[in-house]
Write a protein of this length. Structure first.
Length: 390
């Protein structure tokens, strides 16, 4: 199946469109300002979507959804097709830790690294201290491209080892240096950027297209659209992508229903919550300390604001204690999720309301990615007996 992607459309002004290529990785040039950047969205020939596209089994390899994705030039690592686990009656976990590099970012990078291959770039560059860097490095290696990962000094050592295992060059720099350096690497070396370069978050215009396949899978796994979806939210690409997937299901006549979307952010940050409270397209906040480093963002983006507002949902602020409780709850059911990845379930528990239909909490990544994992030594019992097992 071939891609039906047509063009890039501005989220700042939907009447403005651009050719599909090259992807505009620095936001919409006509509507963005020095204080606010608007992302681009990908438009498709929806009237040509093949019949039965959403009747197939939700198995790995995003290529099964090719008509509604930008062209896929990078080979697969088997991303997607992740399990939907029922936690209790009507409440489910979409376990994205089952992707090849153990996080949801593999869906994004299958698509964005494909753009790098199509552009003839010698490599990709990403600013990340966790999941995104590991995933970009893996997909770049699979596609035969070099990868440069700009990481912070406090990123988990286990994750840095994970990234280096794929042959990526890891540059550990301070936060203020990461994004200017990434722009220089793009401009001087011709590397393709697969993360944000703008004042408020826009990221890669193709990125959320990978995430929307979560919505396609949920529809086939549940046999219907869920009543509500709770997602860990940092920059907001994930929640927007999932929301867009559901709107496409309705646009193609597959369903008439749409879910409420809930953005679950660390209480010490919360740019999406701030933007929605103030009625702004996006916001920048001062982020305090949190161990949920993967979604702790001072800079927000317009995508998450659109997804929450258009769906009638809410942005929920959850503290580390609530996320730890959700993390323990999931571990008690045999699922080890990163602290940030438990934010969706934490948000659902904090909201404390019921829904008329199934609820999905997206779990984004493995607990292997957490801060402090692998630190210290385990005490060896000197004279163990069976009583130690009690």
């Amino acid at each position: 199946m071939t891609s039906l992607a047509l063009s890039q459309r501005s989220l700042g002004d939907p009447s403005i469109s651009y050719p599909l290529d090259p992807p505009l990785t620095r936001g919409c040039p006509k509507t963005s300002t020095d204080a606010l950047a608007y992302p681009l969205d990908v438009d498709y020939a929806y009237d040509r979507v093949p019949a039965g596209l959403f009747e197939q089994a939700p198995l790995p390899d995003l290529a099964r959804w090719s008509p509604l994705l930008p062209p896929l030039h990078a080979p697969t690592l088997g991303e997607g097709g992740t399990p939907l686990l029922e936690l209790e009656d009507g409440v489910h976990l979409k376990d994205e830790s089952r992707n090849p590099t153990w996080s949801h970012k593999d869906r994004l990078n299958r698509v964005t690294v494909s753009a790098a291959v199509a552009a003839g770039a010698p490599g990709v560059v990403v600013a990340s201290s966790g999941n995104h860097g590991a995933s970009a490095a893996a997909y770049a290696a699979r596609a035969g491209l070099r990868a440069v990962v700009l990481a912070s000094a406090d990123s988990p050592p286990a994750v840095q080892s994970f990234v280096r295992a794929y042959g990526a060059k890891v540059l550990t720099v301070d936060a203020a240096t990461r994004w200017p350096l990434m722009r220089d690497i793009v401009d001087e070396l011709g590397y393709h950027p697969v993360s944000n370069q703008t004042v408020t978050h826009t990221g890669h215009p193709y990125g959320p297209e990978g995430y929307k396949t979560i919505a396609y899978e949920l529809y086939t796994q549940l046999g219907r659209v869920p009543a509500a979806v709770f997602t860990p939210t940092g920059y907001g690409e994930l929640i927007y992508g999932v929301w867009k997937g559901f709107t496409e299901l309705r646009r193609t006549g597959t369903t008439k229903d749409l879910p409420l979307m809930f953005a679950c952010e660390p209480a010490s940050g919360g740019p999406t919550a701030r933007a929605l409270a103030d009625g702004d397209p996006a916001a920048i906040v001062e982020a305090g300390p949190s161990d949920a480093y993967a979604i702790l963002c001072a800079v927000g983006g317009h995508r998450a604001v659109r997804a929450v507002a258009d769906s009638g949902g809410r942005a929920l602020l959850v503290g580390d204690d609530r996320m730890r409780a959700a993390q323990r709850e999931l571990a008690g059911q045999g699922v080890w999720q990163e602290l940030s990845a438990a934010a969706g379930l934490a948000g659902f528990r904090a909201l404390g309301r019921t829904f008329d239909g199934p609820v999905v909490c997206v779990g984004t990544s493995s607990g292997f990615k957490d801060l402090g994992v692998g630190a210290g030594r385990t005490e060896v019992l000197a004279d163990p007996t069976w009583r130690d097992a009690l």
